[in-house]
Write a protein that binds this ligand. Sequence first.
Ligand SMILES: [Zn+2]
Length: 124
Amino acid sequence: VFCERVTGREFFLEGPLTVAFPDRYPLSPGHTLIVPKVHAADYFELAEAVQADLWRLVAEVKERLDEEFSPAGYNVGINVGAAAGQTVFHVHVHLVPRYDGDVSDPRGGIRHVLPARARYWDGA
Ligand SMILES: [Zn+2]
């Protein structure tokens, strides 16, 4: 799926080795995917130069999103492997802008990938 999109023309932003485009099912306004041009399923198998370009583009997209959407915060995440919820097996970084009040209690953020264990402050 992403191999086709990285050679398409709907980029939001592009680096030498990576591209960024809007998530088709955005969690919030501005939700963007940053994707290597080379095909790989596993982030940890990417060459260091690709990883570096990926994070450089994440920072660049963040600057653009700040200007366009003025979010109050961000979640940044990569799913590696089906057990972690990966469903598209071409590496992608989710950059998810967050807004005050978008959920009633945002505490824990990305900890909620394992909902039962997210709320460490409640004891247990
Ligand atoms: Zn691919």
